[in-house]
Design a protein around this ligand. Structure first.
Ligand code: ACO
Length: 322
């Protein structure tokens, strides 16, 4: 039996950092640093410049993961990217990334599951490795969600930022990734969506912005994530006390605290980075993972629970022995 082992991680953030105060002042928002910190935990986010996008940020994160793992790009036999902000409508961002890495012929595709994109991509990569179809996989989450929000809308523009995270997985005799669980429920599409695309209102796309019913998203996220965390623990026959680190989707500190409460996990075993980079959608879990590995919180052998929740709704979790 083959499993996926987590070899290394990497991350990238755009050059421009924007504080709450700068965001409010620049766009004349009726809000304050205090309101944003109290309701979301967010203090700063990064905004991509015109020459930065999911491919360039994904490449930086991927190269850092490769260097840390001691791999060359040529060692990869598969690239999967979670992104909803692909540089172009097509080719997909993973293919554009493959070209930048200079490894023609290596299969590459994107998974679009909004903020759950990385969890979905990780789960797909795990299936490829378990089935013997791939042995060395690059999984990336990269987004430029700042381009989807109306900068004048205080209820959404404060929440999102841009960035990328990457992990390398390799085939191993022991886990590694113990269990992944994915879910979706399209009946909730209208609570969080972007109102145009190739199939609808395409020509108005550049004037459209993300639409969200924040407080309803909040409540359902806490419920669904709590359920999938318990389901994942049951599937792995692991108790919540055995989790060393919860690495949650970094959307809102209050959602993270509600989940920690439901799992009865003290906050000193929860990785929180949302204060630094806001909600970077599918980049948020690999960003948090990389930050906590590099600063020494997460150690080899630790048991990690990853989770994410996004538009759709989509959600999922992964239990990993690091
Ligand atoms: N500054 C000041 N006031 C604000 C701001 C702001 N930035 N944003 C909203 N308000 C106001 C509202 O207008 C409302 O005013 P009203 O009572 O006069 O109508 C009041 O604050 C309360 O609004 P709520 O929406 O009830 O506030 P809530 O405490 O729910 O916080 C928030 C809003 C932060 C958006 C919260 O609902 C949230 O984080 N929801 C989850 C959203 C999310 O994480 N989405 C992404 C997850 S999925 C994914 O990652 C793609």
């Amino acid at each position: 039996m083959k499993y996926s082992r987590l070899v290394s991680t990497g991350r990238a953030l755009p050059r421009q950092l924007v504080t709450n105060e700068e965001l409010a002042r620049t766009h004349g928002l009726d809000t304050s640093d205090q309101w944003i910190v109290e309701r979301t935990g967010i203090r700063t986010r990064y905004r991509a410049a015109p020459d930065e996008n999911a491919t360039t940020l994904g490449e930086q994160a991927a190269r850092q993961a490769l260097e840390t793992g001691g791999w060359a790009a040529e060692d990869l036999d598969l690239i999967i990217m979670g992104t909803t902000s692909s540089e172009l409508m097509f080719p997909n961002s993973a293919v554009l990334l493959q070209a930048k890495l200079g490894i023609p012929g290596v299969p590459a595709f994107s998974v679009e599951a909004v903020c759950s994109g990385f969890l979905y991509a990780l789960s797909v990569a795990d299936q490829f490795i378990r089935s013997g179809q791939a042995a060395r996989v690059l999984v990336v989450g990269a987004e430029t969600f700042s381009r989807f929000v109306d900068p004048r809308d205080r209820s959404t523009s404060i929440l999102f930022g841009d960035g990328a995270g990457a992990v390398l997985l390799e085939a191993a005799d022991e886990p590694g990734i113990m269990v992944t669980r994915l879910h979706a429920d399209g009946r909730y599409a209208e609570l969080l969506y972007f109102p145009s695309g190739p199939g609808r209102n395409f020509r108005s796309m550049q004037n459209d912005y993300l639409i969200m019913q924040g407080s309803r998203v909040f409540k359902i996220a806490v419920q669904k994530l709590g359920d999938v965390l318990e389901e994942t623990l049951r599937a792995a026959n692991v108790t919540k006390e055995q989790i060393d680190w919860l690495v949650p989707h970094q959307a809102n500190l209050r959602i993270i605290e509600a989940l920690a409460h439901r799992l009865e996990l003290p906050m000193n075993r929860v990785v929180v980075t949302v204060d630094q980079h806001a909600n970077t959608s599918s980049a948020s879990v690999p960003l948090a993972l990389d930050i906590a590995i590099r600063d020494g919180r997460i150690q080899r052998g630790d048991l990690l629970m990853l989770e994410a929740f996004g538009g759709g709704f989509t959600w999922g979790a992964a239990l990993i022995r690091y």
